[in-house]
Write a protein that binds this ligand. Structure first.
Ligand code: EPU
Length: 427
């Protein structure tokens, strides 16, 4: 099994560039299905998940080419309407083809994703929303079949909680519906904004970007477009936390600082220096020339939909809190099982107790973690173990790193570029 080996205790200094956002690339790639023709996406990260989405598009009849970060997708002729179990089971976001297929052809068959490591993660909001637009949905042999006789019909759709992919799926279905659709309690994540920009460039009429109420005036058809994927705010946040934990001073470039409001505040609250530039953020864990790191202060976090603290940074921030001075209360409100990293952080010396959706972290101060063999359990949990390994004394060996490769482009190379002693051993 492939492993990541980290020799902890190196300061991280220099510059590291953010890649395009996984969670924006996936819906934007799916959106190419809506309008027949050649679409061009820029700044697409090369990840296991983006490759899986290309495979899903291929099974539907799309053709694609990739040159560095530019992906061209030709959706002129679709030959299928099914996202098979083999692909959906490796990536739940495959369900994002439901909305576009309904918009284009009125029919889709998609394997129903099962639960995953971080929670049950049903798609009932997506399905109920489609039904409110006149779609019949049936579950047969583990597949959701969605069909509409004529055009989808605009309606008011309310989400019990602001689902990110639910909002994206409904938006993509509603753009060609007849009449007006209103999505209430919509997700406001920047990735949704990126999708709205793409759909608008394709000829869709959408109002309310960045708010929780989106209004879509359906148009008969859309046309192909070209658009850039926004920088990955979760990747950026992961590197900011890594530098805060390991020490040193580094700048994460090619990013949008305004997309990380809650993390920047929490890092500052923890005593970490953060300076925002136009398209970069400089973080100071240990100032240059100083040997002794200033202590980190414990702060509490509560994960919330955007602009609240992202659940996708909870595990990484918890790793940081294990080496702070004081007690941190971490409340996970989005996913019911997103503390899988706790047992692994404990193996490295982290003092953490879990009670329901809350973790209490008693910080042990800098130098409080020691390297150990640990196992990655999901994407963001893996990132938290990398951060813990960078800050720990001694060697950390992380197995099951395929989780990491789903969502972080060349993470090991990027961290080496700023001075980490980290390598992959392929077996
Ligand atoms: N929910 C339902 N029913 C639904 C949809 C959601 O009950 O039909 C619940 C979920 O179980 C969860 C909450 O609503 O408790 C929010 O889930 P959401 O639908 O927003 O999550 P998602 O769209 O499936 C996206 C990201 C996740 C990220 C979450 C939350 C993509 C492809 N995935 O998932 O990213 O954690 O939003 O921000 O955009 C990751 O990148 O590691 C990752 C898991």
């Amino acid at each position: 099994m492939d492993k990541i080996i980290i020799e902890g205790g190196r300061l991280l200094n220099g510059r590291v560039a953010a890649s395009g956002a996984k969670n924006a690339a996936l819906p934007l790639m799916a959106a190419t299905l809506i309008a027949p023709g050649l679409h061009t996406l820029y700044n697409v990260p090369d990840l296991r998940d983006t490759r899986t989405m290309l495979k899903v598009l291929e099974t539907l009849g799309a053709a694609w080419t990739r040159t560095e970060t530019e992906v061209r997708i030709d959706t002129s002729r679709l030959t299928g309407a099914e996202a098979p179990y083999e692909l959906v089971k490796t990536m739940r976001a495959s369900v994002l083809v439901l909305g576009p297929l309904l918009a284009r052809t009125g029919y889709a068959r998609v394997s129903l994703p099962g639960g995953c490591a971080i929670g049950a993660r049903p798609i009932n909001f997506h399905l109920r929303g489609f039904e409110q637009l006149g779609v019949r949905t049936t579950l047969r042999e583990g597949y959701v079949e969605a069909a509409v006789d004529d055009r989808l019909q605009g309606n008011v759709v309310y989400f019990d909680s602001p689902s990110v992919t639910g909002t994206e799926n409904l938006l993509m279905a509603a753009v060609t519906a007849e009449g007006k659709t209103v999505i209430k309690n919509a997700a406001r994540e920047p990735e949704v904004g990126n999708l709205i920009d793409m759909l608008t460039a394709m000829g869709a009429e959408i109002q309310g970007r960045d708010t929780d109420r989106l209004t879509i005036h359906g148009v008969r058809r859309l046309h192909p477009t070209e658009i850039s994927i926004i920088p990955d705010r979760i990747e950026v946040g992961t590197y900011l936390i890594a530098v805060a934990a390991a020490g040193g001073e580094a700048t994460v470039t090619d990013c949008i600082p305004a997309h990380l409001p809650s993390l920047v505040e929490k890092l500052r609250g923890a005593g970490v220096g953060v300076v925002e530039h136009d398209t970069a953020i400089t973080v100071t864990g240990i100032p240059p020339g100083k040997k002794d790191a200033p202590a980190l202060r414990s702060v509490d976090i509560r994960t919330m939909p955007y602009p609240g603290f992202p659940t996708d940074l909870q595990a990484q921030f918890m790793a940081l809190m294990t080496i702070a001075d004081g007690v941190s209360v971490i409340h996970e409100t989005i996913f019911e099982n997103r503390f899988m990293h706790v047992a692994e952080l404990q193996r490295m010396g982290g003092n953490i107790k879990i009670g329901g959706p809350t973790a209490i972290v008693k910080g042990k101060g800098r130098g409080g973690l020691s390297g150990a063999p640990v196992m990655a359990t999901d994407l963001r949990a893996s990132a938290s173990l990398v951060i813990a390994g960078l800050a720990a004394r001694g060697v950390t060996e992380i197995s099951r790193i395929y989780h990491l490769e789903r969502g972080y482009e060349t993470m090991v190379d990027k961290l080496r570029g700023i001075g980490a002693d980290i390598r992959i051993v392929r077996e």
